[in-house]
Design a protein around this ligand. Structure first.
Ligand SMILES: NC(=O)c1ccc[n+]([C@@H]2O[C@H](COP(=O)([O-])OP(=O)(O)OC[C@H]3O[C@@H](n4cnc5c(N)ncnc54)[C@H](OP(=O)(O)O)[C@@H]3O)[C@@H](O)[C@H]2O)c1
Length: 294
């Protein structure tokens, strides 16, 4: 196409889906494509992005772009905005889905991984939303779908930091949903229970009791319900009867019962079910132990 004519074309509305190469993000991208949205997929691994983009474009006949970047960094979020500009797109729907999970005793978890969890799960969500929400409000259309977790409704020992990012996301998302009322823009949060993806094994929690006793949902079921209810404008999306009960029940269960029960479900275990024990720590007075350094 004539580059001058091309540059005059108005930007195309696009659904930006973060963490779109696997798991829930991948099927959410399918769901948006199925409904005719142009897509910008975001993740770190470029080869996986290329594969996902080609497969979605072939299956649904929509334009699929991608941006390879680490959203745990500010530069990664800049890259998403640049990719939209470079491809003549604007963000009509933002799906804040990319996240990482860490599990185990807090003091034994990798210091950098804990900080990256906050940066990816929370800071990138707020950063991307701050970039794209004003445009949505100005146009009076579009929305932000925040993928949180049912863990965000309660304290979760052994996944304390991950669950806290999800709790913050739910609180923040509901507050924003109120602020944008009447603008034509939707802000929603979906709070899934366990879904069949790699996130638990990557965190080392695949043998925890919640994985054994809590029913796991197929990502496709979650994605279909999330898209439908996002378009309808639900503030909080809970799919599955147990998740609905859990999200309401935790408000009435006293902490002295709720937190140990949560700990019983979430403690990291080996394949034989033995609980992980905390690693022995150096006594603070030992000369080789400097507890204030990483
Ligand atoms: N699975 C569950 O049981 C469950 C339950 C409740 C809520 N959730 C939430 O659902 C969402 C998706 O979870 P999932 O289980 O589908 O996760 P997943 O299978 O681990 O997929 C994570 C996706 O995020 C991308 N990603 C990871 N780190 C990134 C980074 N720093 N920058 C950019 N992209 C990054 C990954 O691609 P790259 O590695 O290439 O970057 C991948 O595409 C998360 O918000 C999670 O908290 C999941």
């Amino acid at each position: 196409m004539d580059p001058v004519k091309e540059s005059r074309q108005p930007p195309k509305p696009t659904a930006v889906v973060t963490g779109a190469t696997q798991g829930i993000g991948r099927v959410l991208a399918d769901e948006f494509a199925k409904h005719g949205h142009t897509l910008l997929l975001v993740a770190r691994n470029e080869a996986n992005l290329e594969k996902a983009a080609a497969s979605i474009a072939a299956a649904y006949g929509v334009s699929v772009h991608y941006a390879a970047c680490d959203l745990a960094t500010r530069e990664g979020c800049d890259r998403v905005a640049d990719a939209l500009d470079q491809n003549g797109l604007y963000c009509e729907s933002l799906v804040n889905n990319a996240a990482m999970m860490t599990a185990g005793f807090f003091q034994d978890q990798d210091h950098d991984a804990l900080l990256r969890t906050i940066d990816l799960n929370l800071r990138a969500t707020i950063d991307l939303t701050r970039r794209f929400l004003p445009g949505m409000i100005a146009r009076g259309a579009g929305g932000v779908l925040n993928v949180s977790s049912v863990e965000g409704f309660m304290p979760v020992p052994y996944q304390a930091t991950y669950a806290a990012t999800k709790a913050a996301m739910i609180s923040w998302s509901r507050a924003l949903a109120y602020e944008v009322m009447g603008t034509g823009v939707r802000v929603c949060t979906v709070a899934p229970g366990p879904v069949v993806t790699d996130i638990h094994a990557n965190a080392g929690s695949e043998n925890s009791r919640y994985m054994l006793y809590y029913p796991q949902m197929a990502p496709e079921v979650l994605a279909e319900a999330s898209y439908r209810r996002f378009m309808r404008g639900n503030w909080v999306i809970l799919e599955g009867w147990l998740n609905k009960i859990a999200a309401v029940a935790v408000r009435f269960v006293p902490g002295f019962f709720l937190i140990p029960t949560s700990g019983w479900f979430f403690q990291v275990r080996d394949a034989d079910g033995n609980p992980q024990l905390p690693k022995p720590l150096e006594h603070p007075d030992a000369p080789e132990a400097d507890r204030h350094k990483k």
